[in-house]
Design a protein around this ligand. Structure first.
Ligand code: NAD
Length: 414
């Protein structure tokens, strides 16, 4: 099962269904994505040749509202991965009480190998191929691994050109100039910070000087380093796909950011010693924050994790086998569908602002985000304590039960 995120997602649903005695007929509906679209994306490359990329968009469930989910550009994108990420989005939106279902999209491509022109053409063609599935009342994409604000802007423009008028609410994570929200770019990381602080406090561990290791220094990892350092935490290790850096006395977040801007990687930062990704995951620290890709903590390395707390900023970073090992070792896990829900929460705020054409200040956004995250943390923690289950099982049970209730209330069509 290790390495297949769809099997992993189904296993998590299975476990939650067993514990909560989920109606088998509802379970049957939730096991299947509602819609799966595979598209060919032909792009004329700068050398004049045409290359056809493969793209996907999956809607897992829309019982609670339009579907929502990021778009990933990565060479390892598979349909199994996109389906898993769509299912996790369904539970995540329900856990934090946002009126959306779950979706996800992806293109099998390494965006770093494309020129800007090729990237724009790929994005616009992919957007037009998935056009029948997306829309502000239907399905609202957002950035994920390998995609950014500019890519969202091209998707918004492609959709708007087809409609004949501007439709900012079709995507979130847009630049501010075209209807983005204040606070969106750091929102996932800010949520991760709130969840880290809440867990440290719950375990009566001091926030100040808490020793933290972060895997991944992208849209989530980089602002997480900054925000946790602002709370007084000590960032002792950071890594990305090129390598990592370690300093037990703490890495300077400002120095690290400056090095990254110059080098495009945290590897080689002179404020610490080099370490590999494997070493980073096994660092002696209080909190480990995987913020890169799925299946990073597996049965092969889970017994080497020394952190007291794992806060899953990435989606699906822990395989079910590793989950069990970490649980047996009494390592506290804040599951992805809670830990990284800050991104979708502020995406929801962005969509609400777009639909009303009325924009909030960053302080308003951050205050609302904080409330959503802290209330959701307490709801999951209380459920975990009441039912004597893990935080992951509690979050999944909470998400699944809210989706199941919406599905049952609406009834099965026809
Ligand atoms: P990103 O592309 O901006 O950054 C990914 C980071 O992971 C990069 O630093 C990259 O170098 C690193 N990385 C890739 N492969 C690695 C490896 N093998 N070892 C170590 N590092 C590696 O992506 P992102 O948006 O920051 O997303 C990171 C994770 O967070 C993903 O799992 C994503 O689904 C999840 N997530 C993102 C958001 C969001 O708002 N962007 C929201 C919720 C969840």
């Amino acid at each position: 099962m290790t390495g297949n995120p769809w099997e992993q997602a189904l296993e998590q649903l299975e476990q939650a269904a067993r514990i909560m005695n989920l109606d088998p007929n509802v379970h049957e509906v939730l096991r299947h994505p509602k819609r799966t679209l595979e598209v060919a994306v032909p792009v004329r490359m700068e050398d004049g040749s045409v290359h056809t990329f493969t793209g996907y968009r999956v809607h897992h469930n829309t019982s609670r509202g339009p579907s929502k989910g990021g778009i990933r550009y990565h060479p390892d994108v598979t349909l199994a991965e996109v389906k898993a990420l769509a299912m996790w989005m369904t539970w995540k939106c329900a856990v934090v009480g946002i009126p959306y279902g779950g979706a996800k999209g992806g293109v099998v491509v390494d965006p770093k190998t494309l020129t800007i022109k090729e990237l724009e053409h790929l994005t616009r063609r992919y957007a037009s191929e998935i056009l029948p599935l997306i829309g502000p009342e239907r399905d609202i994409p957002a950035p994920d691994v390998g995609t950014d604000e500019q890519i969202m802007a091209w998707i918004m423009d492609t959709y708007s050109m087809n409609q004949g008028y501007s439709v900012p609410g079709v995507v979130t994570g847009k630049p501010l100039s075209i209807g983005g929200s204040a606070g969106r770019s750091a929102s996932t990381a800010r949520g991760v910070m709130y969840m880290t602080v809440a867990t440290l406090k719950h375990l009566a561990m001091p926030v100040d000087e808490a020793r933290i290791a972060v895997q991944g220094y992208g849209k989530v990892g980089a602002p997480a380093v900054e925000l946790l350092a602002e709370q007084g935490c000590r960032i002792i290790g950071v890594s990305d796909h090129m390598g990592g850096v370690y300093n037990d006395r703490g890495l300077s977040p400002v120095g690290l950011a400056a090095h990254y801007t110059e080098a495009g990687t945290v590897a080689g930062f002179e404020g610490g010693n080099p370490i590999t990704n494997e070493e980073l995951l096994a660092l002696d620290c209080d909190v480990l924050i995987p913020a890169a890709l799925e299946s990073q903590l597996t049965e092969d390395n889970a017994d080497r994790v020394q952190a007291r707390i794992v806060v899953e900023a990435a989606n699906g970073p822990t395989t079910p086998e590793a989950d069990e090992i970490l649980h047996d070792r009494k390592i506290e896990i804040v599951p992805d569908i809670l830990a990284n829900a800050g991104g979708v929460a502020v995406s929801y705020f962005e969509w609400v602002q777009d639909l009303q054409a009325y924009f909030w200040t960053e302080d308003e956004v951050n205050a609302r985000l904080r409330r959503v995250m802290e209330e959701s943390y307490i709801a999951v923690l209380e459920l975990a304590q009441d039912r004597k289950v893990t935080m992951r099982q509690a979050a999944t049970i909470l998400g699944v039960s809210r989706v199941a209730e919406a599905h049952t209330t609406r009834g099965l069509f026809p």
